[in-house]
Write a protein that binds this ligand. Structure first.
Ligand code: AMP
Length: 522
């Protein structure tokens, strides 16, 4: 019997273009491309890159904001069997150079507005042999000497058959958030990415008429998680370069978005606006991922945006569908509201003794380290065998997240092992404390960390962004006293700040916050 053709990200786009060619695929303020047009531009991009010497297995770095041209460049790389790696575009040139030195890409594709940083990289990285400019058409054209996507694509045509790709070949390297230190490259195979795209279709409830306004940072796994399932089914992706909650609401109304998916911090910002003034009747599903959600915001989403809400848990290493999902009906169960749900299609989650092995499962209700396996799991770390061996063991991935399973198989995440506070000898995680602080109506953001303390070892410290000037530490103290938090969890100190450090994915970095606070004290 003949072998079935292996499905890869390349064949996914080809198939969608064949059967849903007239569907709108990629949209931004200046461009609207169908799937047929997208594939044509992708293949021309592949020809352009080939002319610069890019071949199968070569890494090609991208420094691009969320836009149609980013998707075209990414799939142009994939068309050749080369490996895209999207950089954290807003990082300093010196950090970017460290990442690039590890990855050694042949070519760098950069967004026109990031040309200045790229100028520095040209000096720092002579190993990169070619640079390509990506233009979205939304800004004044800056004169560049490099070839441009899409402007120069009419000169290129894919007049050869690209190298075959196997499902086990690397499809993309996705960087970890790297809030401190140099981000690591997580390698995903075509098989894993295709499984992820397919596996996410059911929790995201997608079809060829679905539409998402997508402003996820392009370097973040979350970008792949929301983008690839749409491309797989032929849905419409509308891109915005920057997070502007009012513009986002307007865009969802204009484009008749069917799905609204954001990290909790963004939801809190969005819900401060008069969302009722926008026609959001097309939205059939709301969702969140990436951080622990507070119940007040969850309720507000349900009441003000859409009653159908999901919570998805995933990481750079789980890929799109090896995490867990909490469906809308699950979230209606009051006793389960804190759960991140059950493993997605064909995935598994276990809770083991921290530092233990896959068979060292702890009983339901007991805290331990979450380990995950499933078809979209990453394969290994780029150029880091020691770390690969530590976190990928057998087909399991060791998450470094602490949590527990209940006796019905619902998973609960307590926080990162790294975020653990040890105060008076007791282990405390920030999430429940932050939840209480966020329930104060004059607190708009909060992050809790442990700072060195002569008496307590670590003192529970809440960093708070106030939404009203009158808010004082005494008010917050009283609020914590009146809550259900046990004494040892109540913050010993409150500090007011105007912003909290964030990783490239937009999530609050408690690690950076803690380090900054300690550095400021010493
Ligand atoms: P990253 O790999 O940078 O995307 O970060 C993954 C981490 O984000 C996980 O290890 C969790 O600590 C956290 N995370 C992701 N999704 C959720 C969620 N739905 N609820 C709580 N925490 C989450």
């Amino acid at each position: 019997m003949a072998e079935l053709e292996e499905i890869t990200l390349r064949s996914v786009l080809h198939r969608t273009a064949r059967y849903f060619g007239n569907n709108e695929a990629l949209v931004d303020a200046h461009n609207r491309y169908t799937y047929a047009e997208t594939l044509d531009l992708v293949q021309r991009t592949a020809a352009l890159l080939h002319s610069l010497g890019v071949r199968k297995g070569d890494r090609v770095a991208l420094m691009t904001l969320p836009s149609p041209v980013h998707v075209i460049a990414l799939f142009g790389i994939i068309e050749l069997g080369a490996i895209p790696v999207t950089l954290h575009a807003r990082e300093k040139a010196s950090v970017l150079a460290k990442v690039l030195t590890r990855l050694m890409p042949r070519t760098l594709i950069y967004y026109e507005t990031l040309a200045d940083t790229v100028g520095e990289l040209r000096q720092l990285m002579p190993e990169i042999t070619s640079f390509v400019c990506a233009r979205s058409g939304t800004e004044e054209k800056v004169a560049v000497d490099d070839l441009c996507i899409p402007d120069d694509l009419h000169r290129f045509e894919l007049d050869f058959e690209p190298m075959p790709i196997a499902a086990s070949d690397t499809a993309a390297i996705v960087l970890t958030s790297g809030t401190t230190g140099v981000p690591k490259g997580v390698m995903h195979s075509h098989r894993g990415m295709v499984e992820g795209a397919r596996g996410a279709v059911y929790p995201f409830q997608l079809g060829p008429f679905s539409c998402l306004v997508n402003l996820f940072t392009t370097s973040f796994m979350g970008w792949y998680n929301v983008t690839l399932p749409f491309i797989n089914v032929g849905g419409k992706l509308v891109f915005m370069e920057q997070w502007d909650p009012a513009a986002y609401l307007q865009k969802m109304a204009d484009e008749k978005a069917t799905f609204c998916f954001l990290v909790p911090t963004m939801w809190r910002m969005l819900l401060k606006l008069p969302v009722e003034d926008y026609d959001l009747s097309s939205i059939g599903l709301a969702g969140f991922a990436g951080e622990v959600m507070d119940t007040a915001t969850l309720r507000a989403i349900r009441e003000r945006i859409c009653t159908n809400v999901i919570n998805a848990y995933g990481t750079t290493e789980t890929g799109t569908s090896a995490g867990t999902v909490m469906f809308s009906d699950d979230l209606l169960k009051e006793d389960k509201i804190q759960s991140i749900g059950k493993p997605m299609l064909n995935s598994e989650a276990r809770v083991i003794i921290p530092g233990g092995d896959m068979d060292d499962e702890v009983p339901p209700g007991e805290e331990g380290e979450i380990i995950i396996r499933g078809p979209s799991r990453a394969v290994q770390m780029w150029n880091d065998p020691a770390l690969s061996r530590k976190v990928f063991r057998g087909d399991w991935w060791y998450s470094g997240d602490l949590g527990h399973l209940d006796d019905e198989g619902y998973l609960y995440i307590h926080g990162r092992v790294d975020d653990m506070i040890i105060t008076g000898g007791i282990n405390v995680l920030p999430a429940p404390i932050e939840e209480v602080m966020l329930s104060h109506d004059q607190v708009s953001e909060c992050a809790v960390v442990g700072l060195p303390d002569p008496e307590w070892g670590q003192r529970v410290t809440a960093f708070v962004i106030a939404s009203h000037e009158e808010l004082t530490a005494d008010h917050l103290h009283d609020h914590a006293q009146a809550s259900d938090l046990p004494n040892y969890q109540r913050p010993k100190e409150f500090r007011f700040v105007t912003e909290l450090p964030r990783g490239s994915s937009g999530k609050t970095s408690r690690k950076t916050l803690r380090e900054q606070a300690i550095a400021a004290e010493s």
